[in-house]
Design a protein around this ligand. Structure first.
Ligand code: MN3
Length: 209
């Protein structure tokens, strides 16, 4: 079955003023759609890949034939990452997590503020295009970043890091350039206003289970 572009779980204006509606429209309707279309194109006719879930494919790209491994990694990663990203944001968000995730962030990074500073620094430190993540790796919370559309679930040999994503922020220029131009730091700071912490906590509980 062909992969499909998921609908946004809120209106394109919902993340204003932190993320503007035009950015959401271009990002979801064009960039994400292109990843989905190009993934489907890449795996078309390969019955084994067409029958596997995207997550299963990304977790072991060595099974993907050499000729299409690059397109599957880039476009499959793009589809997974953006599907994850939309659901991790929303309007009227809490400013911080609660419960076990809150306590474990404090234990791992010193305080929620120190965690935010380290996450922003990792996003700023990613040269060019990529993502910054909070992951569970070996039961512990870590901040990592990946290039392009790589994802920690691809594993260390491919993505340079590993773990189950709890939180992920897109630091490609297309995610912020219309509103923030070259100021990625301002975008990362503003992003905390739209983080859906209950969704992140659900990822965390799943990863710890
Ligand atoms: Mn993007």
């Amino acid at each position: 079955m062909a992969h499909e572009l998921p609908a946004l779980p809120y209106e394109k204006t919902a993340l204003e003023p932190y993320i503007d509606a035009q950015t959401m429209e271009i990002h979801h309707d064009r960039h994400h759609k292109a990843y989905v279309d190009n993934l489907n194109k890449a795996i078309a006719g390969n019955v084994a890949l067409e029958s596997k879930s995207l997550e299963v494919i990304l977790k072991d790209l060595s099974f993907v034939p050499d000729a299409i491994r690059g397109p599957v990694r880039n476009n499959g990663g793009g589809h997974w990452n953006h599907s994850f990203f939309w659901k991790l944001m929303g309007p009227n968000c809490d400013s911080a997590p609660v419960g076990r995730l809150a306590g474990d962030i404090q234990a791992a990074f010193g305080s929620f503020g120190e965690f935010q500073a380290k996450f922003e620094a990792a996003g700023l430190g990613r040269f060019g295009s990529g993502w910054v993540w909070l992951v569970v790796n070996g039961g512990r919370l870590e901040i990592v970043s990946t290039a392009n559309q790589d994802n920690p679930i691809m594993g260390k040999a491919v993505a340079g890091c590993e773990g189950a994503p709890v939180l992920g922020c897109d630091v490609w220029e297309h995610a912020y350039y219309l509103k923030y131009q070259n100021k990625r730091a301002d975008y990362l700071k503003a992003w905390w206003n739209v983080v859906n912490w209950p969704a992140a906590a659900a990822h965390y509980e799943l990863a710890k289970a």
